[in-house]
Design a protein around this ligand. Structure first.
Ligand code: PLP
Length: 392
């Protein structure tokens, strides 16, 4: 009997990782593929962080730690949130995990019962719906409009809420759109949430530092402090410090949720890797100049790429507030070329232009595509040139 658990059939493999694999395959076959599909910074992990991890190995810090992270890592996480976000947490309100991804996953596992609804504004990070499904939840996708810069309005949120709503995912700045909610926009969403006390909010702040919006970063708790009691802030060193491979993220929130997440983690992975914890602690406590440098580079590439894309007939690209993604609307090009949808466009660009990008459908937004500018200016320039030719 080779039948698998029914839950396997509920989900699909991560589409972004699938595209990256497809591009790698073409490249291995000798094709000159330009990849704009990366979900990680192209910079090396800063040297002082690497050195701290090397020292940890030499010092023999290579054994199990407390499930939710060492006391000193938790201290660094708590200090970060107090310093940067004005949010206070105790160690029992923090759990360090294997990336922000495990934090999101454990939250779904800890909170959702069969049939519980999870509100996910589109475009969304690809994993939210599948994580909700794996936990027995029902993803309730809210489509957003270009007029609101692909952000959910309070009216849309209100309309999506039912007596079964249990969780809301917010991700600002957003992967894939690059858009960030203003504090006022978050306060307006908060007004709606205050009327529905059963809803827990997951604030995925992964891209907090890669931001060039006119106003400083704020999450929903900053905008609506009453929601502190039921908001889980999810974060990681992955994007901020170019540490995706180290697999170190965390969640901060109410004790009743965090202890449940830790309990689940204690029976699955246990602690995140000991040496990655030391590296993360060093990243958080150390010099932050590396973060500003990387963000400045992303901003320069963003400005250039958005301008170049907008110069192509059939592409409309609204400037983003942060991250390292552009999320243009290709609807004009798709129509003009008589293509079926953004998936056909993605295929065409991969086969004809040898440019790999991720179709918007993967993020719940048809007609769009995500281009990662976590790559060199040369690759970006060549990619734009090839896209222009392919769509001509
Ligand atoms: N949340 C968002 C919005 C992301 O884009 C990602 C990574 O792509 C994650 C969470 C997961 O990050 P990590 O690599 O720390 O697991």
């Amino acid at each position: 009997d080779t039948s698998l658990a029914e839950r396997v059939g509920r989900i699909k493999p991560s589409p972004t990782l699938a595209i990256t694999a497809k591009a790698a395959e073409l490249r291995a076959a000798g094709q000159d593929v330009l990849s704009l599909s990366a979900g990680e910074p192209d910079f090396d992990t800063p040297e002082h962080i690497k050195q701290a991890a090397i020292k940890a190995i030499r010092d023999g810090f290579t054994k199990y730690t407390a499930v939710g992270g060492t006391p000193s890592l938790k201290k660094a996480i708590i200090a970060k949130h107090e310093r940067d976000n004005g949010l206070k947490y105790e160690p029992a309100q923090v759990v360090a995990s294997v990336g922000g991804k495990q934090a999101c996953y454990n939250l779904c596992q800890a909170l959702l019962n069969d049939g519980d609804e999870v509100i996910i504004p589109a475009p969304y990070w690809v994993s939210y719906p599948d994580m909700a499904l794996l936990a027995g939840g029902v993803p309730m996708v809210v489509e957003t409009a270009a007029e609101t810069r692909l952000k959910m309005t309070p009216a849309q949120l209100e309309a999506a809420i039912t007596p079964r709503t249990r969780l809301l995912f917010l991700n600002s700045p957003s992967n894939p759109s690059g858009m960030a909610y203003t504090k006022a926009e978050l306060a307006a969403l908060g007004e709606v949430l205050l009327k529905h006390p059963r809803i827990v909010i997951a604030s995925d702040d992964m891209y907090e530092k890669i931001l060039w919006a006119p106003e400083p970063f704020a999450n929903i708790v900053n905008a609506c402090p009453e929601l502190y009691e039921r908001t889980v802030v999810i974060h990681a060193v992955s994007k901020t410090y170019s540490m995706t491979g180290w697999r170190l993220g965390w969640a901060c929130g109410p004790k009743w949720i965090i202890s449940a997440m830790s309990k689940i983690q204690s029976q699955s992975t246990s602690n995140p890797t000991s040496i990655a914890q030391v590296a993360a602690e060093t990243a958080l406590n150390g010099d932050q100049a590396c973060v500003a440098e990387m963000t400045a580079a992303f901003k320069a590439r963003h400005d250039r790429l958005v301008a170049d894309l907008n110069a192509i007939d059939g592409i409309e690209c609204a400037p983003g507030d942060g991250t390292f993604y552009a999320f243009p609307d290709f609807a004009g090009a798709i129509r003009r070329l008589g293509l079926e949808n953004d998936l056909a466009l993605g295929d065409l660009l991969l086969q004809k232009a040898l440019v790999a990008l991720v179709p918007g459908s993967a993020f719940g937004s048809e007609g769009f595509a995500r281009l990662s500018f976590a790559t060199s200016e040369t690759v970006l320039e060549q990619s734009v040139h090839r896209i222009r030719e392919a769509l001509a």
